[in-house]
Design a protein. Structure first.
Length: 309
């Protein structure tokens, strides 16, 4: 699947300046088993110990040098004009911190699923969005409440809008943390109302484990962290009421999940994780401006794009 993903990057009508593949301690080195063109500006970085999704993404971002950065899961693909369309919109709208697009759903074998594609666009609010600049409350409702921004593979973000400290707290849900951090950096983003990529649904995908009560207990830390960050962010005040309701529902949900594990220790564990999430949020909120941000890259051509798979 990574070979197919890299082919979709190679086929971009606007080529990325660099491609960084994070090999998070796979059984066999990905560079040895992946097919890719020698002309592709790809660099493999292999972890000696597993750092998880959030840690791997943060590492990839810090290794990159481009002024615009996109992440791409190893099993997803871009349409050829993905980088062209999103970078053009960011050029046209310098006030926008990031651009994102619609995407389709494909099955494990790569076949496109039109019905599920439409259902997902409706479920996450993209079907109701008109293309163009989203500002303030409209952006916060789309990105924070409806989770319309699929930041894992279908967004292009200005480097200064990336918050590694926040992304690193995201665990398996790091892409939502990336989107929230980008919204915190500025009040505008651009939505491109085109299907410019494909998200793969397969038995090996990470989200298939989220239905497990034990996994829900594990994710409690990240869920509480991001909700507290948003509630502590003054610019998000227009959606704070909805976020407070979501916080109450989340606490109730993870407590029920802990009881469903049928393990008496789970209630104590989920409480500990929720408190840890609140501390993570406080650390993000209190961090000095720029202290944990991605450093500005060295001077580079204006069109420089980084892609991290």
């Amino acid at each position: 699947m990574l070979s197919e993903t890299l082919r979709s990057v190679q086929e971009q009508t606007v080529a990325p300046a660099e491609i960084i593949v994070i090999d998070d301690c796979s059984e066999r080195a990905l560079e040895e088993v992946t097919n890719f063109s020698p002309e592709l500006p790809v660099r493999f970085i292999r972890h000696q110990r597993n750092q998880g999704p959030a840690g791997s993404v943060v590492h990839g971002i810090r290794e990159s040098a481009g002024g615009l950065v996109a992440t791409l899961n190893h099993d997803d693909v871009w349409e050829p004009r993905f980088l062209e369309r999103l970078s053009a919109e960011l050029d046209a709208h310098p006030e926008a911190c990031f651009a994102f697009c619609d995407h389709g759903i494909m099955r494990a074998d790569g076949q496109h699923d039109e019905q599920r594609s439409r259902e997902q666009s409706i479920r996450f609010g993209r079907a109701a969005l008109a293309g163009g600049v989203l500002r303030d409350t409209q952006l916060y409702e789309a990105a924070l409440l409806h989770k319309a921004v699929a930041a894992s593979s279908f967004a292009l973000v200005r480097r200064e809008a990336l918050d590694p400290l926040l992304i690193g707290a995201g665990s398996d849900t790091w892409d939502y943390f990336l989107a929230v951090g980008a919204c915190r950096s500025g009040p505008a983003a651009v939505y491109v109302a085109e299907r410019l990529g494909w998200y793969r649904i397969s038995p090996t995908m990470l989200t298939t484990t989220w239905a497990s009560p034990r996994k829900q207990v594990e994710l409690a830390r990240a869920q509480i962290a991001i909700l507290v960050v948003m509630l502590r962010s003054p610019q998000f005040r227009p959606v704070h009421r909805a976020l407070r309701r979501r916080l109450v529902r989340t606490i109730r949900h993870v407590l029920v999940a802990a009881m469903r594990t049928r393990n008496p220790a789970s209630l104590g564990r989920v409480t500990t994780r929720m408190l840890a999430g609140a501390r993570d949020a406080e650390r993000v909120v209190r961090s000095r401006s720029g202290e944990d941000a991605c450093p500005a890259p060295a001077p580079a051509p204006r069109q420089g794009l980084s892609s991290e798979a």
